[in-house]
Write a protein that binds this ligand. Structure first.
Ligand SMILES: [Zn+2]
Length: 300
């Protein structure tokens, strides 16, 4: 067959077409998996089908109304009805030893409560980022010999958990207080990502605690801020809420307690950091360092 000039042009266009299609397919595939390398937990994607609503501690409810939130004005719950199942709640890592403080690491949200969502980055869910960072904090602390209690260590619904009135599996902040207080943990940290859909330029770290909660709570918060500043070169905002603090975990956990907002999931730059395994590891190291430094300072 003799190829005319016209045939060559058509062949060339066909080749360009096939290469372009291949490239697009490869991009699509990497959006599904490649960018999220290093994260081995549950899926980060596929949560956006219902819309782009964002929620979180400060945001609106999520699309399915499942955001338990960390705010509330309730009292400590009567825990007697939980006692029978208390052994199954929370997960202990390392070995409890007298004289060794028990540190409770709370991965914010989870199960049917995704926490804040950022619509433009692969359905990034707050609950996945908080869990990943929390597990890293636990690894570092246990490696250094500290026993750690986790309020949750996966996104698998635990056996003790019951559906709420909406038919959803949610660990509310009062559950988290119960778990921590029943185990008599000595220190508590709750890990979160902030969300402010109305102001996408808002970014950065914040540390919350309740004023007057325990005498050493301010010192704990400042120590965490020192540690985060040492790692990231920026000092997080430290916010002491009044005694009627709507952050339930800060108000009702018996131990010194801080809630860390690691960044704003609604900010493109912060959300990109959250996708980075090295950033999540640095965040975990900073938090673990802050905890250890605070405990050491107390022992001196
Ligand atoms: Zn949160």
């Amino acid at each position: 067959m003799v190829w005319s000039n016209g045939s060559w042009v058509i062949l060339l266009m066909l080749i360009i077409g096939v290469v372009t299609l291949g490239f697009l397919l490869a991009q699509l595939k990497s959006m599904e998996s490649g960018e999220l390398g290093g994260f081995s937990g549950t899926s980060w994607i596929g949560k956006l089908n219902g819309g782009n609503a964002a929620g979180g501690e400060n945001g609106a409810e999520n699309k399915n109304g499942s955001n338990a939130g960390y705010h509330g004005d309730g009292e400590k719950r009567e825990t007697a009805d939980h006692r029978e199942t208390a052994d199954h709640r929370g997960v202990l890592y390392g070995t409890l030893q007298s004289g060794l403080p028990l540190i409770c690491v709370d991965a914010g949200h989870g199960y049917d409560d995704p926490g804040a969502m950022h619509a433009n980055l692969n359905g990034l869910d707050e609950k996945d980022i908080t869990l990943d960072i929390a597990l890293r904090v636990k690894d570092i602390l246990v490696e250094k010999g500290h026993p750690v209690l986790m309020t949750r260590d996966s996104d698998e619904i635990p056996l003790w958990m019951e559906q709420d009135a909406r038919g959803l599996y949610v660990m509310d902040p009062y559950d988290r207080c119960d778990i921590t207080n029943e185990a008599e943990a000595d220190l508590f940290v709750s890990i979160h990502c902030n969300a402010l859909p109305s102001s996408p330029s808002a970014r950065g770290m914040q540390l919350y605690y309740t004023d007057g909660h325990t005498p050493d709570n301010p010192e704990y918060a400042e120590q965490m801020a020192d540690s985060l500043e040492a790692v990231f070169g920026v000092r997080p905002q430290v916010i002491a809420n009044p005694e009627n603090d709507s952050y339930v975990v800060n108000r009702l956990v018996d131990a010194p307690s801080v809630l860390v907002e690691t960044g704003f999931i609604t900010n493109a730059a912060d959300a990109r950091l959250m996708l980075s395994e090295s950033w999540r590891q640095e965040m975990a190291e900073a938090l673990a360092e802050g905890i250890i430094a605070f405990l050491e300072a107390k022992n001196d």
